[in-house]
Design a protein around this ligand. Structure first.
Ligand code: CP3
Length: 339
């Protein structure tokens, strides 16, 4: 069992810097495309046997030090009674939106162990096969709320901010329900065998720090606190969160995920004595080998003062990234960080 990733999460000494990448299982891999050619994305997420295959691909073929459960953050909301569709090229679409009190009340509180049993089954199957730790995950309540309020992806988040500012009680009601569902979901994942947990806050970077404190932070704090007794490292990733580092620390998470928009050395000073995860620009994987080597060497050097560093990208791998460049990056991290 390669437990380098778990040691780094706990701030313990490791022989080298462990690496995994957000969205490491996905369309950039021909082996994933081969499976997706036979089955739709949502059906794939509900097929434990195939989810295991897809989760294993970047471990076996690219050498990652941790696996992330193959699923999607929106699966939980589908189980809350929000029918969901993925359109090629258009991303996720919810058939309804949640923009008023009645819509919030109509959301069901799912029972993760039953309603999302396929996820727990995937986790149990993976634990029998994996020789690296398995990361479970969920979307953070704010990010999930944006999808429900907008009805899908957004660039300006007009409806989200309108609801937040004009009907804060409705917004908070939605956040309450998402928080309760997320706690149950992550506890079920921990019981099923997940060895670390990550909360993805992909869109929270649109908030001013004061609004983060009022509308997002208390809910993340509750989730982190509820999972503490399970004893798993908890990673909080706020995308576009350079102005939210201290507040990310205030969530109580053990590991602070960093996007690429700030130098990792600066972030580490602000994070203080806990582990960090990040933060190579996903597009830097397009650099020629020598430039990539310099870039990774510099990042590793800057991250030396961290109380634990897990190498990752600053956000998910882009779908057109050449897989051989990903393999090269993994090799370079291992080689350049060996102590
Ligand atoms: O390897 C892994 O990281 C595990 C699997 C995983 C997926 N989605 C698979 C996926 C994880 C952890 C996610 C999280 C997720 N899903 C987030 C948070 C991370 C982030 O990227 O910010 C978000 C915002 C979503 C919602 C989502 N899912 C969107 C907006 C889209 C469409 C856009 C896109 O990239 O296509 C998805 C689809 C999705 N989720 C795919 C995969 C592999 C592509 C589906 C396909 O095969 O066509």
């Amino acid at each position: 069992m390669n437990d380098t990733f778990l040691k780094a999460c706990r701030g313990e000494r490791t022989d080298y810097t462990p690496v995994w990448m957000m969205r490491q299982a996905g369309r950039y891999m021909p082996e994933y495309q081969q499976i997706r050619g036979q089955i739709g994305f949502l059906e794939l997420c509900k097929n434990p046997g195939l989810c295991v295959e897809v989760t294993m691909q970047p471990i076996e073929l690219l050498g990652m030090d941790a696996a992330i459960l193959f699923s999607d953050i929106l699966i939980l909301m589908e189980a809350m009674g929000m029918p969901l569709e993925f359109h090629e090229g258009r991303g996720p679409i919810f058939h309804r939106t949640v923009r008023d009190q009645a819509a919030v009340e109509s959301l069901r509180q799912p029972q993760a162990r039953e309603d999302l049993g396929f996820v727990m089954e995937t986790i149990a199957l993976l634990r029998r096969r994996l020789e690296v730790p398995l990361i479970g995950f969920a979307g953070a309540p704010f990010t999930c709320a944006t999808y429900l309020i907008e009805g899908g992806s957004s660039k300006v988040f007009w409806e989200t901010k309108k609801l937040m500012y004009r009907h804060p009680e409705v917004f908070h009601g939605l956040m309450e329900k998402l928080t309760t569902a997320t706690i149950d979901y992550l506890q079920a994942q921990a019981e099923a065998g997940a060895q670390a947990l990550q909360l993805f806050d992909s869109w929270v970077g649109i908030l001013a720090p004061d609004d983060f404190t009022e509308f997002a932070l208390p809910y993340v704090q509750r989730i982190v606190a509820a999972l503490k007794p399970h004893g798993l490292p908890f990673i909080y990733f706020a995308n576009n969160g350079a102005t939210l580092i201290e507040l990310s620390v205030a969530t109580g998470a053990d590991v602070i995920g960093l996007d690429w928009r700030l130098p990792i050395g600066d972030a580490i000073k602000r994070v203080g004595p806990r582990a960090v995860q990040g933060n190579l620009d996903p597009f830097a994987l397009l650099l020629p080998e020598e430039r990539l080597r310099q870039r990774i060497a510099r990042l590793l050097e800057e991250a030396r003062p961290a109380h634990g560093h897990i190498f990752n990208l600053g956000h998910g791998i882009h779908q057109h990234t050449p897989p051989e460049q990903v393999r090269l990056a993994v090799r370079l991290v291992h080689e350049l960080s060996r102590r």
